[in-house]
Design a protein around this ligand. Structure first.
Ligand SMILES: [Zn+2]
Length: 172
């Protein structure tokens, strides 16, 4: 049976990303950070989840950060996802290499190892022939493997994080 990967090394920061920052949420999941995101959610729900789950709220909405119940937040400055990612990574000193590709990009669950033989019915024949290591999302059953899309993401990530971000304004 598959097992959970590196449970003792989970990154500390947990995020809740505001509706309009979907691309930022995806990239934080690529980095392996626990990132909750809803494309549609009411403000009071967002605040409730941040509070209950002790998540850092990432938002571009100043009014939201002024609410008394919102204690941990980072006000995102740019509307460009690359600048947003730079801001978050630099601000929280996120580890942008140790936990890469350990989390489901669709639903945020930690991925598990799965034996190659078990994925045969669900992956393209070429992928099955050329890849050895597979991971599965225990929640949505999405299967992941190393491939050209992963290499492209790594290139893009290196490029995004190569330059300095704008200075940040934040709570806590
Ligand atoms: Zn999933």
């Amino acid at each position: 049976m598959s097992r959970e990967m590196w449970p003792e090394q989970r990154p500390e920061c947990r995020f809740l990303v505001d509706c309009m920052l979907g691309k930022l949420a995806k990239w934080l999941r690529i980095l392996g950070y626990d990132t909750t995101y809803y494309s549609l959610i009411a403000d009071h729900e967002l605040i409730r989840i941040a509070w209950n789950e002790k998540r850092i709220l990432l938002t571009r909405d100043v009014r939201l950060t002024q609410r008394r119940e919102v204690t941990r937040y980072l006000l995102i400055k740019s509307d460009d996802y690359r600048e947003q990612l730079r801001q978050v990574v630099w601000h929280y000193r996120l580890d942008a290499s140790s936990y890469l590709f350990t989390r489901c990009l669709q639903c945020n669950s930690p991925l598990q190892d799965i034996e190659k033989a078990r994925v045969r019915p669900w992956v393209p024949p070429y992928v099955f022939q050329t890849q050895e290591l597979f991971r599965i999302c225990p929640s949505c059953q999405q299967i992941y493997w190393a491939g050209t899309h992963k290499t492209k993401m790594l290139h893009r990530l290196a490029k995004i994080l190569a330059s300095h971000p704008l200075s940040s304004k934040e709570g806590e």
